[in-house]
Design a protein around this ligand. Structure first.
Ligand SMILES: Nc1nc2c(ncn2[C@@H]2O[C@H](COP(=O)(O)OP(=O)(O)OP(=O)(O)O)[C@@H](O)[C@H]2O)c(=O)[nH]1
Ligand SMILES: [Mg+2]
Length: 445
C-alpha cells in the first residue's frame, strides 16, 4: 500500500490563505483525527476547526475538503486543508502532520506523479501541469493549458492507435507463415505507414515553435558602437538596464533582460558595439556579441541613420533579422544613404529612441516576428526535446518499416515506432524517465 504524503501546496510565506494537501490511504483518518469529527461530505468545502490530535490544542480554524479516490487529482484519497496563510499556522500544522503515524512530506511533483501512476493523466499532461505553474506570459499559459488538457497526448495516442492497427494486420499475416501476405493488404499497410510518417514529419517541421514559447525567444541587439543599442534595450525593458553614454564602446558585457512582449516571453540581449579594437576587454565584448548573433532566434540590427551604414552589421543581416535605423531625429542632417535599399529586404524600421518616433511601429514588427516564431497554431506543437527525440526515432522506424523487404523486419520496426510514441505519453514502461520529468516540479504539486 502506498504511503500517505502531505505538503504545503500554495507558495511559502505570509499570505491570506494556505493550502495543505494530503494524498494516500491515511488521508481520511488523518482529517478525522485532526478535526475530531467524522469526514465531511465529499468535495464540499466544510468549515473545520483543526486540532493537534495529541494535545487537543486548536491549531487553526479553516476549511477542509474531502476527495475520496478515485475521483481526486491523484486518484487516491485526498484531503485539502485551507487554512490561514500565516507562517506560524502553516509551520504548526506541518509539524503536527509530520508527527502523525503513516504520513510523510511529499517530494517535488509527487502528487502529479501519483496522478500519472494511477492513470489519471498521461506524461504530456503532467508536463503541461509543470508548464502551467511555470507560465509567465499569456501565450505560455495558453500553450500549457492546452497540453495539460491532453491535446498533445491525444495527437500521439491517435498515431499510436493507428500504428497498432497496422501492426496487427502484419502480425496476423506473419502467423500464417506458409501463406504469402496478399498484395493488396501489403500495399494498404505500407500506405498507412507512409501516411503516418508524413504527418509526423510535418509535426516535427515546426521550427521549434512550442519549445521557443516554453523557453522564451532569444533576441540579440547588434550594431556599431554608439548607434543606440543600449538605449533600445532600456526602451524595451522600460528601465535603466544598461549604461547609455555618448562614448563609443560603452557596453562590453552582454546585458540580458527577460520581458513579456505582449504575451510572448523574450530574452533581449544588448551587446558591445561591433568594431575592431586594440583594447582586449572591448575585443572580448565584440567576440561575445558575435557569438550572440550566432545563437539568437532573432536579431535586431541597429544603424545610426545620421551616419554611414556599418558594414560589419550589414553582414549579419539575414531572414531572422529586423533592421532598425535609429536617431531618425538627426536624419534630415544627412542625405539618405543609398545602401539602405540594399538591405530593405529585411523588415526595416526608422525610429528615434530619443523622441519616440516610429517606436510603436517597431514594437509591432518585433511582436509579429516573435509571434511568427513561437507556438499557438491550430494544432498542438512539440514543447520539449524529449518529445522531439522520440518522434524522430518513431519517424525513422516508420521509414525503415516502409522500405523493409521482409514483413518480419517491417513488423519489428513498427513495434519500435509504437514504443517510441508510447514513451512520450508514458503508456509503455517509462520508469527511467519519471525522475527526470518530475524533478522540475515544486513540492506540493
Ligand atoms: N539624437 C539621438 N540620440 C540618441 C538616440 N538614441 C540614442 N542616442 C544617444 O546616442 C548615444 C549612444 O547611445 P547608447 O545607447 O549608449 O549606444 P550603444 O549602441 O549602446 O553604444 P555602445 O554600447 O558604445 O556600443 C547616447 O548619447 C544616447 O543618448 C536617438 O534616437 N536620437
Ligand atoms: Mg551600449
Amino acid at each position: 500500500m502506498s504511503e500517505t504524503i502531505f505538503a504545503l501546496s500554495s507558495a511559502a510565506g505570509r499570505a491570506g490563505l494556505a493550502v495543505i494537501r494530503l494524498s494516500g490511504p491515511a488521508a481520511g483518518n488523518t482529517l478525522q483525527a485532526f478535526s475530531d469529527r467524522p469526514l465531511p461530505p465529499p468535495r464540499r468545502a466544510t468549515r473545520t476547526c483543526l486540532l493537534d490530535p495529541k494535545s487537543g490544542d486548536a491549531l487553526d480554524d479553516g476549511m477542509a475538503l474531502w476527495f475520496p479516490g478515485p475521483g481526486s487529482y491523484t486518484g487516491e484519497d485526498v484531503v485539502e486543508l485551507h487554512v490561514h496563510g500565516g507562517v506560524a499556522v502553516v509551520a504548526a500544522l506541518l509539524e503536527a502532520l509530520g508527527r502523525w503515524p503513516g504520513l510523510r512530506m511529499a517530494e517535488p511533483g509527487e502528487f502529479t506523479r501519483r496522478a500519472f501512476l494511477s492513470g489519471k493523466i498521461d506524461l504530456t499532461e503532467a508536463e503541461g501541469v509543470i508548464d502551467l505553474i511555470d507560465a509567465e506570459t499569456d501565450a505560455q499559459r495558453r500553450q500549457a493549458l492546452r497540453q495539460a488538457e491532453g491535446a498533445l497526448g491525444r495527437l500521439y495516442d491517435g498515431w499510436r492507435t493507428r500504428l497498432v492497427g497496422l501492426l496487427a494486420h502484419f502480425e496476423a499475416s506473419i502467423d500464417f507463415v506458409d501463406e504469402p501476405i496478399p498484395e493488396a493488404l501489403e500495399s494498404q499497410v505500407r500506405d498507412g505507414i507512409l501516411c503516418i510518417a508524413e504527418e509526423i514529419a510535418q509535426h516535427l517541421d515546426d521550427n521549434r515553435r512550442g519549445e521557443r514559447l516554453r523557453e522564451g525567444v532569444h533576441i540579440a541587439i547588434l550594431g556599431a558602437p554608439n548607434v543606440g543599442k543600449s538605449s533600445l534595450l532600456n526602451l524595451l525593458s522600460q528601465r535603466d538596464a544598461a549604461i547609455v553614454s555618448a562614448t563609443a564602446g560603452t557596453t562590453r558585457d552582454v546585458v540580458e533582460v527577460r520581458l513579456d512582449l505582449k504575451g510572448y516571453p523574450v530574452t533581449v540581449a544588448d551587446t558591445a558595439g561591433l568594431r575592431e579594437s586594440g583594447d582586449d576587454i572591448e575585443a572580448e565584448g565584440v567576440r561575445r556579441a558575435l557569438a550572440r548573433a550566432e545563437s539568437a532566434d532573432l536579431k535586431i540590427a541597429v544603424f545610426d541613420l545620421s551616419k554611414l551604414l556599418d558594414s560589419t552589421t550589414m553582414d549579419l543581416i539575414d531572414s531572422e533579422t529586423i533592421v532598425v535605423f535609429n536617431k531618425s531625429d538627426l536624419a534630415e542632417r544627412v542625405a539618405p544613404s543609398p545602401s539602405i535599399d540594399s538591405i530593405a529586404a529585411a523588415p526595416a524600421c526608422p525610429i528615434s529612441v530619443k523622441t519616440g518616433a516610429g517606436v510603436d511601429g517597431f514594437l509591432q514588427v518585433l511582436t509579429d516576428a516573435v509571434a511568427d516564431r513561437t507556438g499557438l497554431t491550430d494544432t498542438p506543437v512539440i514543447t520539449r526535446v524529449r518529445h522531439r527525440t522520440a518522434l524522430q526515432s518513431c519517424h525513422d522506424a516508420l521509414a525503415r518499416a516502409a522500405a523493409a523487404s521482409e514483413s518480419e523486419l517491417a513488423a519489428e520496426d513498427l513495434r519500435l515506432a509504437v514504443r517510441a510514441l508510447g514513451r512520450i505519453t508514458g503508456s509503455v514502461d517509462v520508469e527511467d524517465l519519471l525522475d527526470v520529468i518530475f524533478r522540475d516540479f515544486c513540492i506540493g504539486k
